[in-house]
Each structure stands twice: as structure tokens, then as C-alpha cells.
Design a protein around this ligand. Structure first.
Ligand SMILES: Cc1cc2nc3c(=O)[nH]c(=O)nc-3n(C[C@H](O)[C@H](O)[C@H](O)COP(=O)(O)OP(=O)(O)OC[C@H]3O[C@@H](n4cnc5c(N)ncnc54)[C@H](O)[C@@H]3O)c2cc1C
Length: 569
């Protein structure tokens, strides 16, 4: 069987790893990578990072690769590591790494997998500077056709690992407007004025780390980290704009860092739950199984406090103290909590369990009712996004130092805010309690979920291989409370909520309008997955998705039927 992987970033790395887990085979794999390096993808290359940017995943949380991150760091040249402020001998499995260094680690893991493939007799060919321009299904030939640098090529299966995409809306047209902070090299000051950032999570932290260094420097003393502003830019400051006026949570010690090791409900289990619930997987079932019951195991006292609460009440109880405090005071408190958690090697159980819930939600979310999907978005997702940011300690110290120096503020803009570009450059930010104009604006909301009209492979869209993701309403009358352009009606009168991106199967195949999973195409296309996989991001989910894809791919190999036949399994 000939398999094409489109894109050679982290997703392709994990797909190849999973395929090789099945042992020797006569698979033939071809990788097309637009750039000239494997493994680094967008976040771990110059497209997404500079030396000041760090990962939010430590060695202990990483899905297994040929060599552990700690072993890799420890065998690097100390002089080279010191350029990034890393001491190889003191690096341990709870530490995070600069993203560019991490990219080199991933690249080497890819190279080690290529060597392993050769030993196993699996033929892998890599084409660099090879851009896949379009893809078409050939049902009669049972193949897919790829247009690569103007040439048509045919394969039995294709896995789309094309990753992040940051569409440009106003950047380049409106002076001082940045649609995202990537690539960070484009954020070139100096800006002797307040700079508006939309968002306060990891993407905003990336922009803060870049911009602060252009307008001063950080200095460590016994009293902690301080920001020393450059006297030439007295008016420079960063203003974070958030809906709820909250700052994200910090990293702490994780008791079970391998979230990818969590056992998710299998197909049979889900089928049974759906049979008992009119075809749906209830959000409350997932919340109970992956939050309440796990909390009971990890922290029985905390569990007792929430035992009788429903999901909304738990979210309310977790959010209330945060909302009642000044965000930077609360951030300071959480910083102290994180330090203590690390020093005592004790987790903050409810936060750790919430991260597991976020991972676990991905898989059954496509079977939620529209009513539950709306509850998830309105109630649980905002809390999850605050908690699972896991801001690394060094970033937290920088945020606190900037705030103490009067160079970082946070503004709550509510849910009805909007940003309008100005003719003379910059923007005006309109929000519930007023408006504010800025000369420079950086949109830091993170990877946006994209609509299918920006899906890069038009052939698949035109053939109906890719279709809009949606979930059914339990009761059609509830659809009346939703904007009409977000509702679709079926021929049988049932109503659907349109959710972002494409419909996908349990094995990450695109699903057509008739509900059929495509037999030859598999997708790990980050911006187009968010509707049916609300937390599709992170290396742990790359691991999970690629495992399911590899299992399905190997089913169609002669003599290989199921995952239990994996080498060593
Ligand atoms: C800024 C940032 C930081 C992050 N940090 C972390 C972190 O610390 N920890 C964590 O767990 N997750 C993190 N993530 C999540 C991230 O989604 C994954 O780590 C990972 O990047 C996903 O890999 P990918 O291969 O799907 O996508 P990408 O990394 O985007 O890679 C896609 C690859 O495909 C290639 N490509 C694209 N289109 C084509 C084409 N048409 N033809 C040929 N090649 C093509 C690209 O050149 C690229 O190499 C971060 C995400 C971002 C955006």
C-alpha cells in the first residue's frame, strides 16, 4: 500500500511512528514537505518561534518518541545549549525547552524514525520543497491524485498533516495591524505607545515575550525578576484585552503527566452509550467519567465538595474566586501555588483532572447533541481554556515583572467587543464600557478555527469528500434560540447546529453529507477540526489521532487486522 503524508511536521512524525509500531511491512510511505526540514512544523521553526519562545510541554508529558527529550538535551554540546539558556546537566523531565531547540529535537526524532523504517523494510521517501497544491479522489481506481509542484501523482491513501494556517485579513493593508504574532520576526518595533493585544493566553504570551525584549530587558536578583524599561520608549506598554478579564493558569506539578495515556471510551462503549441516549453521548456522562470520577480518585476531599454539583455549578465554583480578584493579584497567588506544587511534587488535582477532561472531550464531542455542544462552549470551554494554558514559570515571572513595571495591563472587554481598523492605521477597540484607539494591534486569539471555504484542497471540497461539521439538536424547537445561519434542516425535519470545520469519523476520515467516512483520505488539519474535536491541538492529541489513523490504515493491509497485532503488543 502506498501512503502519502502531506506535510512533514509533528503530525506526520507521529503518523510515521504509529505506522512503524506495526513492525515490518511492505508499506510505502511518501512525505511531501513544503519546507526543507522535517518535524519542526510551524510552532517549532522560525515560522512560529524565536529564541525567547518556549514550549508548554515538558519531557514527562510528551508522547514517547525514539529518544526522550532529557536524553537528547543531555547529549548536546553545553556551549550550544547555553545560547538558549539551557544547562544540559540540570535539565530534567519537568522542564520545558525553547521551541526552536525543541524543533531540532523533533527533527532528530524524525530522522531516527526514518532509520528505523529502513531497518523494518518500510520504504519512506521524503520530498522537500514539495507543495501539495490540490488533491482529488479517484473512486474508480480506488486511489487519490495529488498535484505536487505541478505534477500529478497517485497513491492508495493520503493523510493530510498540513497543520496551522493563519489567514491574513488586515495585515499588510492596515499599518500597525497584525493578524497574528507569527512569524514573530515580523513584530519589529520600537513602539513608543501602548500596543493592544487581543487575548491573554499562550499566543499573547508569545507576543509579550517578543515585544517586551525590544523595549527593555529583564534582570534577575534575589528579589526576583524585574523588567528594566528602555528609557527611550517611555510610552511603551502592552494592553491585553480579554472577554472575561482573566489571566490563564500556570504550570504546576502533574501527578500523571501522560495525558495521552488516558483510556478514552472505545467505539463499543460509545455505541452503547448512544443506544441508551437517543443516539447522543451526553456531555454530563463525559463530565462525570472524566472529571468527577477521576477527581474522586485523586483528591477525595475536593470530590466531596463538588459531589452533588452539576457541570455548571462546578464551573461557577471554580471561576468565582478568580472573577472576584484583581487578575494580577490572583496570578501572583497561583504563581505561589505552582511553586509549592512543584517543590512538594504535589498536583493541583482539579486542574490536572480538567486537562484530562479537555483531552477526553475531543473524541466523543462529535456525538454531543447541539444543546450539549452549546453548553460546552458557553460554560466549560472558557474555564478549560484558562486552566490548560499551563503558562510556564518563566513566562509567568515575565508577566508579573512587566506588570510591576507598569508596562502590562489587562482590560476586560466583555463578549460584545469588536476591533475596527482605522484608515490612518491602527485600530479602535469597541467594548461594552467604552472604546480605545491604538496605533499597533496584534491579534493573539490563537489558531482560529477556519471555514471550509479556506480549505486548501479544493478538489476534495468540490467532490463532496469534505463536508461541513454539524451536530443534531435533541429537540428541533431548541434551534429557534440559535442564529439561523448556524442551523441546518434535514429532509426528515431534524435540525442541526453547524459547528466549525469538517465532519470527521472516529478514525479521522472526512465524513460526507451522507455520513460516510472516506476510505482513502485521513485528516489532521488543525484549523479545520475544531467543530468535532473542540480541543484539537497539542502533541498529545497528535499522538492519539495518529494512533487511530494508523490502526485504520493497517486494517486494509493484508494479514493485519487490529491494533492488538502491533509489534510487541
Ligand atoms: C505557536 C504555537 C505553539 C505551540 N506550542 C505547543 C506546545 O508547547 N506543546 C504542545 O503540545 N503543542 C503546542 N502547539 C500545538 C501544535 O498544534 C502542535 O504542536 C503541532 O504543531 C501540530 O503539528 P502539525 O504537523 O499538525 O502542524 P504544523 O506544525 O503546522 O506542521 C505542518 C507542516 O506541513 C507543511 N505543509 C503545510 N501545507 C503543506 C502543503 N500543501 N504541502 C506540503 N507541505 C505542507 C508545513 O510546512 C509544516 O511543516 C503549539 C501551537 C502553536 C501554534
Amino acid at each position: 500500500m502506498r501512503i502519502a503524508l502531506v506535510g512533514g511536521g509533528p503530525s506526520a512524525l507521529f503518523v510515521l511512528k504509529q505506522l512503524l509500531e506495526f513492525g515490518p511491512s511492505d508499506l510505502r510511505v511518501v512525505i511531501f514537505e513544503r519546507k526543507s526540514r522535517l518535524g519542526q512544523g510551524m510552532p517549532y521553526s522560525a515560522e512560529g518561534a524565536q529564541p525567547e519562545h518556549i514550549t508548554n510541554v515538558s519531557s514527562s508529558e510528551l508522547p514517547p518518541l525514539p529518544e526522550s527529550l532529557v536524553d537528547w538535551v543531555q547529549r548536546q554540546q553545553p556551549e550550544e545549549m547555553q545560547l538558549y539558556g539551557v544547562d544540559p546537566q540540570r535539565f530534567h523531565e519537568d522542564r520545558v525547552l525553547p521551541r526552536l531547540l525543541f524543533g531540532r529535537y523533533l527533527q532528530e526524532q524524525f530522522e531516527q524514525l526514518l532509520a528505523r523504517a529502513e531497518q523494518q523494510g518500510v520504504r519512506v521517501r521524503v520530498h522537500f520543497e514539495a507543495t501539495v497544491e490540490d488533491i482529488r479522489d479517484l473512486p474508480r481506481e480506488k486511489q487519490v491524485e495529488l498535484l505536487v509542484n505541478g505534477q500529478l501523482l497517485h497513491y492508495d491513501r493520503v493523510v493530510l498533516c498540513t497543520g496551522h494556517h493563519w489567514p491574513l485579513k488586515n495585515e499588510g493593508k492596515v499599518a500597525g495591524y497584525y493578524d497574528s504574532p507569527y512569524p514573530p520576526a515580523k513584530l519589529v518595533g520600537p513602539f513608543d505607545h501602548p500596543v493592544a493585544l487581543r487575548g491573554s493566553s499562550l499566543t499573547a504570551v508569545d507576543a509579550v515575550r517578543t515585544l517586551s525584549r525590544q523595549h527593555g530587558h529583564f534582570q534577575r536578583s534575589e528579589a526576583g525578576l524585574a523588567f528594566r524599561p528602555d528609557a527611550r520608549y517611555p510610552h511603551f506598554k502592552l494592553v491585553l484585552h480579554t472577554r472575561n478579564g482573566l489571566l490563564p493558569c500556570l504550570r504546576f506539578h502533574l501527578e500523571d503527566p501522560e495525558v495521552h495515556g488516558v483510556e478514552l471510551p472505545d467505539e463499543e462503549q460509545l455505541a452503547e452509550i448512544r443506544r441508551e441516549n437517543d443516539g447522543f453521548v451526553p456531555l454530563d456522562w463525559v463530565f462525570d467519567a472524566y472529571f468527577k470520577q477521576l477527581l474522586r480518585e485523586k483528591d477525595p476531599e475536593a470530590y466531596e465538595r463538588i459531589r452533588t454539583m452539576n457541570m455548571e455549578q462546578v464551573v461557577e465554583a471554580a471561576t468565582r474566586p478568580r472573577e472576584a480578584s484583581d487578575p494580577f493579584d490572583y496570578f501572583k497567588k497561583e504563581y505561589a501555588e505552582a511553586l509549592e506544587s512543584e517543590a512538594r511534587q504535589r498536583t493541583v488535582a482539579w486542574k490536572e483532572v480538567l486537562a484530562i477532561l479537555s483531552f477526553a472531550l475531543n473524541y466523543p464531542a462529535k456525538y454531543f447533541s447541539a444543546e450539549d455542544m452549546l453548553r460546552l462552549r458557553q460554560t466549560l470551554s472558557p474555564l478549560i481554556s484558562i486552566v490548560i494554558a499551563f503558562i510556564p514559570r518563566s513566562s509567568a515571572e515575565e508577566l508579573l515583572a512587566l506588570h510591576a513595571a507598569g508596562r502590562l495591563e489587562l482590560l476586560e472587554v466583555g463578549t460584545q467587543s469588536r476591533v475596527e481598523p482605522r484608515d490612518e492605521g491602527g485600530i479602535t477597540y469597541y467594548f461594552e464600557s467604552g472604546q480605545q484607539s491604538y496605533e499597533t494591534f496584534v491579534d493573539c486569539v490563537g489558531q482560529p478555527t477556519l471555514e471550509l471555504d479556506s480549505f486548501p484542497f479544493r478538489g476534495l471540497v468540490n467532490q463532496g469528500v469534505i463536508s461541513q461539521a454539524r451536530v443534531a439538536f435533541r429537540r428541533a424547537e431548541n434551534a429557534r434560540e440559535v442564529e439561523s445561519d448556524k442551523v441546518q434542516r434535514g429532509e426528515d425535519g431534524s435540525c442541526y447546529l453547524v459547528v466549525p470545520g469538517m465532519a470527521i469519523s472516529d478514525h479521522f476520515q472526512p465524513v460526507d453529507q451522507g455520513g460516510r467516512a472516506h476510505p482513502r483520505v485521513y485528516v489532521m488539519t488543525v484549523p479545520f477540526m475544531g467543530g468535532h474535536n473542540p480541543d484539537y491541538s497539542g502533541l498529545d492529541f497528535c499522538e492519539e489521532a495518529s494512533k487511530r489513523i494508523a490502526e485504520k490504515l493497517m486494517e486494509s493491509m493484508p494479514g493485519r487486522i487490529c491494533s492488538s497485532q502491533k509489534a510487541g503488543g
